[in-house]
Ligand binder design. Sequence first.
Ligand code: 5RP
Length: 225
Amino acid sequence: MTQDELKQAVARAAIAYVVENEIIGVGTGSTANFFIDELARIKHRIKGTVASSEATAARLRGHGIAVFDLNDVAEMAVYIDGADEIDHSGAMIKGGGAALTREKIVASVAKQFVCIADGSKLVDVMGRFPLPVEVIPMARAAVARALVKLGGTPQLRLKPGTQEAFVTDNGGYLLDVAGLSITEPKALEEKINQIVGVIAVGLFAARGADVCLLGTAEGVKTLKF
Ligand code: 5RP
């Protein structure tokens, strides 16, 4: 099976976690896009969604699915999203698609976090995928220096094909931090959160996944944390 077929399989399996007549939190990225396309088939069975990025909101609306402002939503049954890496405790690296801050906010409101990922994303120790950190633009260099002290090698994310900084939906910049071996994800998340100028870190450990639907050649495996 190709990676896209594995992503499609987990996206389809995630439909079983959609709670009828409720608001569903929807992530960002290629796996989340497959999920949105599956969700469109049962859109009449949900109240609506909250999107974790402008791109996700546009895709949901394109399917005629209602998108609510998070400020108008008091409760959310489930949040469904992909990951760049997930470990055996359900902690994740996210933000390869640049939406980490809104993903973290939407996930924090949801009762259950369902991660959908192809099998290549499951790792023993996270950090091979550079850890995204969203920062206030004027704090870029100061935060980068603090991340170097933590043992990482931060690199400013650029708009593809340019030398200009990539700008997130929130007006932030992204530092992709290579060289970290994340053996204590909660402790590292807490440390990076404390650096002044950080908007959010793409380490989802304090609030990790409750369930991971993992696409493998033998079928979709369900991991519970
Ligand atoms: C976006 C994310 C994505 O969930 C993550 O990058 C995985 O993406 P994909 O499903 O395309 O592999 O965190 O900010």
